[in-house]
Write a protein that binds this ligand. Structure first.
Ligand code: GTP
Ligand code: MG
Length: 241
């Protein structure tokens, strides 16, 4: 029957990205009573799950970008002979499990997963796209919950939102005391997780001398710039290299 495993030879060559997205999270998260539209605890659980992935999965992403219930992970190398079936199952499996631990969930959750073929030079363009989506999601989520607050039901709010221009949504939420240009950066620009090398100096009792060793620590950047800016470009160039 082995020959029936017809997708097992499907391979991908680095660099590539893997994007996973929480399946039915609107419903799954409703039971948790999270803050709307943004819950900092949930964002921490997502970022910490990525941190666990860096530490415990045995895979080695270049870096990861997350907003809402989605995560993009970027790879320059991959185990498992670069097999797509392995990549698209292990990564969402690991993150589902990590998030379940982080949020102490009582019901199982899952993520869908896709592989995006990218040349090294495409990573920046891909990130511009996902960050633009982060911003759109930010404007429409605030718009949606403001419309609910104003007395509309969910269907009415969704319908009104469809017919509103971004500037109108800005004005509407401003009337309710929220300036969309001044919300926390992580809500507008997303969160980045990456490894940073550092040198640790300590005393080696066998060599009887001070020694310096190279280590890495996992950084979460909750204060990202807009990637379109020079500052943003520089940050990504550093991560990609
Ligand atoms: N309350 C709250 N909900 C959030 C937060 N982040 C994400 N979500 C929910 O997660 C959803 C993510 O959007 P989608 O991925 O389009 O919706 P989904 O229900 O997961 O549907 P599929 O991904 O298509 O399966 C949002 O609509 C919110 O309902 C948060 O910080 N607070
Ligand atoms: Mg989702």
């Amino acid at each position: 029957m082995k020959e029936r495993e017809i997708f097992s030879h499907l391979r991908v060559f680095p660099p590539f990205a893997v994007r996973i997205d929480g399946r039915g999270f609107s419903r799954a998260l409703r039971l948790l009573g999270l803050e709307k539209p943004y819950d900092e605890g949930f964002a921490h659980a997502m970022a910490d799950s990525i941190g666990l992935f860096f530490k415990e999965s045995g895979l080695n992403p270049l870096f990861a970008f997350t907003f809402s219930d989605e995560i993009s992970l970027f790879f320059n190398e991959m185990s498992y002979n670069n097999r797509v079936e392995k990549i698209d199952s292990i990564i969402p499996g690991f993150i589902s499990s990590a998030l379940t631990i982080q949020l102490k969930l009582e019901k199982p959750v899952s993520f869908d997963s896709r592989v995006i073929l990218l040349g090294k030079e495409d990573i920046y363009t891909y990130l511009l796209w996902r960050q633009a989506e982060t911003w759109r999601n930010h404007v429409s989520s605030y718009g949606f919950y403001t419309l609910l607050e104003s007395g509309l039901n969910e269907n009415e709010a969704a319908l009104s939102l469809k017919n509103m221009k971004a500037a109108e949504i800005h004005e509407l939420v401003f009337k309710y005391g929220i300036n969309l240009a001044e919300t926390p950066a992580w809500q507008r620009c997303g969160i980045m997780v990456y490894r940073e090398p550092y040198e640790k100096t300590g005393y080696d009792p066998i060599k009887r001398m001070e020694v310096t060793t190279k280590r890495t620590k996992i950084i979460q950047d909750w204060n990202l710039p807009i990637f379109k800016t020079e500052e943003g470009k520089k940050i990504i160039a550093k991560l990609v290299s």
